[in-house]
Design a protein. Structure first.
Length: 405
């Protein structure tokens, strides 16, 4: 733009016909044009002010055309400004209008000719092509940057989620270990001392027995408090069926309907069994949401006479046979967790149907809880608080199941 303006000034100072009457006005207008043009850099990031600036620049250009025919060539720089600063339709309209003004101005000064029409028109076409191409590239770059920002944000969120899940898993593991060792041992000691206190009321060591029992009771209470501190706060009234129902509700979306069914009479299960069922359901539901492209999903929890079963079934695309044959990390982790608690897990998959079935024998589940612990714990036992904490951690976290394929 600067070079074209200098050419206009030089041509005005050396007029072809020897008429120099317009030389000074052309120099003044050209100087104002350049001053306004360079002042536009101060308006970056202010679109409304930039449009007023462009209007002023256009008025100076129109004034120059009236005095110097060579000012017509400044329109090529204005084309790009119109396309860049104005909305697309307004920019195209401004280019067309400026082209018409250029053709008329050139014709009035130097006579009408094919070159005087074709030149500005071709320049406008080239400017429009370049301007639209620039807009497309700018839009693509903006979309790509937004995608990169989203990916970085997602990666950070996933990393934080993994760290949180790791901390929760370790806290739950410690709570379970303390419950299964220290708490159960203190419960047994307390029960035995209570029996000794009852059976030997006249024994000389009765005060010491009573003191030992009270000390064991105090330590058991502190141990249970420690277990409670290591696990998240319990959700009151949250059962295994309620946890599965919550998972299903969280999985539902515009393209997926989920249903939870509980069959049989619900019963209390040991914490590790219920925790395994909840975690397997979480992984299976996550796979359905992320990979199955399913329309419907059904979670069925069945309490039978000899076993408790969990089935997660969907009508999605199924698992890739090549991947299904060797197993995935997520499915293998789910299967390992089930087998550690004495259960079995089966996966069936074909196009239009995938089913994850988990079963725990009830005798195995009952055998994990000592008789005295079952008597002492009841509905508000540490076992129940532990699984409710497991349920809470699942409900509080977004699904983190492994890949389906």
């Amino acid at each position: 733009m600067t070079a074209l303006t200098v050419v206009v000034v030089v041509r005005a100072m050396v007029p072809a016909g020897g008429d120099s009457a317009h030389t000074v006005p052309v120099i003044v207008l050209a100087a104002l044009f350049l001053i306004v043009y360079f002042a536009g850099g101060l308006l970056r990031g202010r679109p409304v002010a930039a449009r007023f600036w462009l209007a002023g620049l256009t008025l100076l250009w129109l004034a120059l055309i009236g005095l110097a025919p060579d000012a017509v060539y400044l329109v090529f720089g204005l084309f790009f400004l119109y396309l860049h600063l104005l909305p697309r339709l307004w920019g195209l309209a401004a280019v067309v209008a400026a082209t018409a003004v250029s053709v008329v101005g050139f014709g009035l000064h130097k006579g009408w000719s094919v070159a005087g029409v074709v030149g500005p028109v071709l320049g406008a076409i080239v400017a429009i092509a370049i301007g639209l191409g620039y807009r497309a590239l700018f839009r693509e770059a903006a979309d790509r940057q937004a995608l990169i920002d989203e990916l970085l944000s997602t990666r950070a969120a996933l990393a934080e989620r993994e760290r949180t899940a790791g901390r929760l898993a370790e806290r739950e593991r410690l709570a379970q270990e303390i419950h299964d060792t220290v708490a159960q041992g203190l419960s047994s000691i307390q029960m035995l001392l209570h029996a000794a206190e009852r059976d030997a009321p006249d024994h000389p060591a009765l005060p010491q027995i009573r003191l030992a029992r009270e000390t064991a009771a105090d330590n058991l209470a502190e141990t249970r408090q420690l277990i409670g501190d290591l696990t998240p706060a319990a959700l009151e009234g949250q059962s295994l069926g309620d946890a599965l129902e919550r998972l299903a509700r969280r999985a539902e979306g515009p393209g997926l309907s989920a249903r939870t069914v509980v069959e049989g009479t619900p019963m209390r299960l040991p914490m590790p069994i219920e925790a395994a069922l909840v975690r397997v359901a979480q992984g299976a539901v996550s796979n359905v949401v992320r990979h199955a492209r399913a329309d419907r999903m059904r979670i069925t929890l069945t309490y039978a006479d000899d076993a408790v079963r969990l089935d997660v079934v969907d009508d999605g695309i199924g698992i890739d046979p090549a991947v299904f044959g060797r197993g995935t990390f997520g499915l293998n982790a789910m299967r390992s967790r089930v087998e550690q608690q004495g259960g079995t897990m089966e996966v069936e998959s074909e196009p239009g149907h995938t089913a994850v079935a988990v079963s725990f024998p009830l005798h195995a589940a009952d055998g994990d809880v000592p008789e005295h612990a079952a008597r002492l714990s009841g509905p508000a036992s540490d076992d129940r608080r532990g699984v409710v904490s497991e349920v809470e951690s699942v409900a509080a976290e977004p699904s983190s199941g492994k890949d389906r394929s």
